[in-house]
Write a protein that binds this ligand. Structure first.
Ligand code: SF4
Length: 329
């Protein structure tokens, strides 16, 4: 089975955009690939954060991965900082990556604008560590969103540069792009995000989800109930595409165009369909919260298995780099 690697930031509060765009795909990839999924905590320290909250955020993110249906018997779930070979290889990759390659990354430019008071080396080095996250496992495929495709390209470039200089060690991984609908924030303009507070968390209860849906922006041209709408420009309809059965999508789309359905009724149908999928995840998450040892054991086993794989790669890397090695005892 070809290997897949992907990582998620330890936000501790995963929203429906993350779920639809990434986690659903992660669950289905386990059927075809050997998958390694990481909560990438070292990536998260490149921006301002509260150290007292980080462990809990990381734990909760891992818990949500399990609640969404990832089975630790069939894939590896680990935390980036528990497997030190990620950062070790990241250092090696720093030595083969021109500064200009990192500087031209769109995400570096955007983050430098967002965090003007703290443009640290970690922000620039982010995609190099990301390349190490992937290549330390010699992963062949990386499920990513469109905004990360440039980083996968850089990862391929790093693999090429390393191989050209030191020998054929790394494969060139390919991005697997999610074909899921891109859900925007509840204001209908920006990407759904915790920072912008425009998100619907996958663990929110029905009341809280409804409050957010009820006030969410729809087709802004639909001012009165009698105005026909355009589902193609409505973020609520995008959510229907993600959560509602095809026949319901079709019916509501047609009804919207003829003003035969009001936005509140359309949102009520969405809530019902969304809850049908998310309520069991919420229940599983609540039951896992009562069993933290299970989550920690999963992470321990994931780290141990990943260390075995990554030590092998680092051994090979150190050999081709020509470093002085201690003999095995
Ligand atoms: S009826 Fe539904 S699809 Fe149409 S504008 Fe309102 S919320 Fe959007």
């Amino acid at each position: 089975m070809a290997r897949v690697f992907s990582g998620i930031q330890p936000t501790g509060d995963i929203h429906i955009g993350n779920y639809v765009g990434a986690l659903r795909q992660w669950v289905s990839l386990v059927e075809q690939y050997e998958c390694i999924y990481s909560v990438v905590d070292y990536h998260a320290i490149t921006v301002e954060y509260r150290p007292a909250e980080m462990a809990e955020r990381t734990f909760n993110t891992a818990l949500i991965l399990l609640a969404c249906g990832l089975d630790p018997e069939r894939c590896r779930i680990q935390v980036q900082s528990h497997v030190p070979q990620h950062t070790e290889l990241g250092w090696v990759f720093n030595s083969v990556t021109p500064v200009g390659d990192a500087e031209r990354m769109t995400q570096f430019k955007e983050k430098s604008k967002q965090h003007r008071g703290n443009i640290n080396m970690g922000i620039m080095d982010y995609p190099i560590l990301q390349a190490a996250d992937i290549l330390i496992y010699k992963a062949r495929f990386v499920p990513v969103g469109e905004d990360q495709v440039q980083h996968v390209e850089l990862c391929r470039e790093i693999a090429r540069k390393f191989n050209a200089r030191f020998g054929d060690v790394f494969p060139e991984p390919e991005a697997i792009l999610s074909c899921a609908p891109r859900i925007l924030g509840t204001e209908g303009k920006n990407k759904m995000s915790k920072t912008l507070n425009n998100y619907i968390g996958i663990l929110e209860d029905e009341g809280s989800t409804w409050e957010k849906l009820r006030t969410a922006v729809t087709d802004v041209a639909r001012v009165r109930r009698t105005d026909p709408g355009d589902p193609e420009v409505c973020n609520i309809y995008t959510m229907h595409r993600a959560f509602s059965p095809e026949n319901a999508q079709k019916e509501l789309g047609e009804a919207c165009k003829k003003a035969a359905v009001g936005c509140i009724d359309c949102k009520r149908v969405l809530l019902k369909n969304m809850m049908a999928e998310l309520a069991p995840i919420r229940e599983k998450a609540l039951s896992l919260k009562g069993n933290p040892d299970y989550v920690m054991d999963t992470l321990r086993q994931g780290a141990e298995a990943c260390k075995r794989m990554t030590e092998e790669t680092m051994d090979e890397v150190q050999k081709v780099l020509g470093l002085l090695r201690l003999p095995h005892p």
